[in-house]
Design a protein around this ligand. Structure first.
Ligand code: AMP
Length: 175
């Protein structure tokens, strides 16, 4: 399946110069959504993950479906102040702005094998923040899955430098 044909591009959203890659058009397509989860599941077939850690908010949609497919638990990495229990936090830079991610302190046990999931990787700042959170809790994170990679922004190389192998279903040129 050509996943990029099911993804809508919105120029200058949320800021001038950003080409927003909108996965809602993929999600609303019953074959497309299922094919995306199947393709990610196939990629990780035979590998055992205790948990999927997915980033708010679009990562939750892909990550939750993939966790069920892989027989893994699901851990949300959320924006500050959203989780109700004790958390650890990690700030990061976005392609457009800065933010932080939090996970519950008891979300991951030492030695658990973690798959990171988000809709898109751009600079890799979000993914690296999630890697830092997982490692702070003693989790082992060597793989990260995305629907979209923007290779011009170098996020996959940043992940590789952190010893995490990234995989994406499709790529878009430019920013
Ligand atoms: P980054 O931290 O630079 O890798 O940015 C990735 C995060 O920001 C993901 O959670 C994406 O959902 C979001 N994001 C960044 N750039 C875009 C874009 N061009 N279109 C859609 N989402 C984006």
């Amino acid at each position: 399946m050509m996943f990029e044909t099911l993804i809508r591009t919105i120029p200058d959203y949320p800021k001038p110069g950003i080409q927003f890659r909108d996965i809602t058009t993929l999600l609303q397509d019953r074959q497309g959504f299922a094919a995306a989860i199947d393709a990610l599941g196939q990629h990780y077939q035979g590998q055992v993950f205790d948990k999927v850690v997915a980033m708010e908010a679009r990562g939750f949609i892909i990550g939750a479906a993939l966790a069920v497919k892989l027989g893994a638990g699901f851990v949300p990495a959320r924006k500050p102040g959203k989780l109700p229990w004790a958390t650890i936090a990690q700030p990061y830079q976005l392609e457009y702005g800065s933010d932080a991610l939090e996970v519950h302190q008891d979300a991951i046990q030492s030695g658990e094998r973690i798959l990171l999931v988000d809709d898109l990787i751009a600079t890799g700042g979000t993914a690296l923040a999630a890697v830092a959170l997982v490692r702070q809790l003693g989790g082992v994170v060597e793989q990260a899955a995305f629907v979209i990679d923007l290779p011009a922004l170098g996020g996959m190389q940043q992940l590789a430098a952190a010893r995490v192998e990234g995989f994406a279903l499709c790529q878009f040129a430019g920013h």
